[in-house]
Design a protein around this ligand. Structure first.
Ligand code: GDP
Length: 294
């Protein structure tokens, strides 16, 4: 889809001629194409509409500068606005000296458990003392999967038992930390196939007990349109602080990143780029915008 958008913008380049100022008609023609391309890239309809409205406002009457053609001026505006919408600068989650508790939340299959392992590897390599908490009691194999990942990374894991209350989990975590100092605790929480109230209640209860300093939503880049709803509901119910977009190595529907970021306003910290533990990269809005433009 990134290529498709790039091609569309090439069309716009051809279409919008060499004028000194961008006219209303030129901008309209260009924006129609951009909106189509965004929709094809699976950006949510309303997000695409808002995006186009913002760029149009800036584009009409804009001087065509120096050696740029009108088309190139539009492309630059779109590029800049894409970077802005994707979050501007690359950002990292907040890390205090100690007492960091991070929640990983998301739908089943989004890549939550895998991303938890990847974060453990990433921060261990930066000298952090990481503890993983396997609290995904929904998906049968999730706790074992996290244990395997923890072994590979070389960090300990605390497994939540079936039917354990959040208070009990809090108590067991406190006990654990008394005997083995850890400055970053990453909790792999329960995910379900679809958003449901019981899941949200469960997460909210655990949040009340553990007071995470970051609540990170793991979003599958391939989910396209659905990413917006998922991000909105999780944000409403468990106050997200940031996002991780997985499976950017696939036929990456970058639209999911754009939608999820723009509906929540929270930064995308990382992109998942493979199934391996090393497949995690900081998210660079400018690079992704560049990819979108082909
Ligand atoms: P969870 O249910 O959210 O915990 O999902 P998992 O962590 O089990 O991941 C679901 C599937 O997606 C697994 O097969 C993972 O290997 C795969 N996966 C997770 N992240 C990525 C990624 O960034 N790229 C690719 N290609 N696959 C991923």
């Amino acid at each position: 889809m990134f290529e498709a958008l790039g091609n569309k913008l090439q069309d716009i380049l051809d279409r919008v001629g060499r004028e000194s100022k961008l006219t209303d008609a030129q901008v309209k023609a260009a924006m129609r194409e951009i909106r189509m391309a965004l929709l094809e890239a699976d950006v949510n309809f309303n997000v695409a509409k808002d995006f186009v409205a913002k760029v149009s406002e800036k584009a009409v009457g804009q001087e065509v500068q120096g050696s740029l053609t009108g088309g190139q001026t539009v492309v630059k505006l779109v590029h800049d606005e894409l970077i802005e919408t994707l979050g501007g600068e690359s950002k990292q989650p907040t890390l205090k000296t100690d007492g960091n508790v991070w929640f990983m939340v998301g739908l089943q299959g989004a890549g939550k458990t895998t991303s938890t392992g990847k974060l453990a590897a990433f921060y261990k390599s930066k000298g952090r003392r990481v503890l993983l908490v396997a609290a995904d009691t929904q998906r049968p194999a999730a706790r074992d999967q996290l244990e395997v990942l923890a072994k590979q990374v070389g960090v300990p894991v605390l497994k939540v038992n079936d039917g354990e209350t959040p208070q009990e989990t809090r108590r067991r975590l406190d006990e654990y930390l008394k005997t083995d100092y850890r400055d970053l605790v990453i909790v792999d929480t329960a995910g379900r196939l679809q958003i449901d109230e019981a899941l949200m209640d469960q997460l909210a209860d655990l949040q009340t007990e553990l007071h995470p300093s970051e609540t990170l939503l793991v979003v599958d880049a391939m989910t396209g349109q659905e990413a917006l709803n998922v991000a909105r509901v999780f944000d409403e119910r468990v106050n997200l602080s940031g996002l991780i977009i997985t499976k950017m190595d696939g036929d990456a529907r970058g639209g999911a990143a754009l939608s999820a970021r723009s509906v929540t306003g929270h930064p995308i910290y990382f992109a998942g780029t493979s199934e391996k533990l090393t497949g995690l990269e900081p998210f660079y809005p400018d690079r992704v915008a560049g990819r979108i433009l082909g």
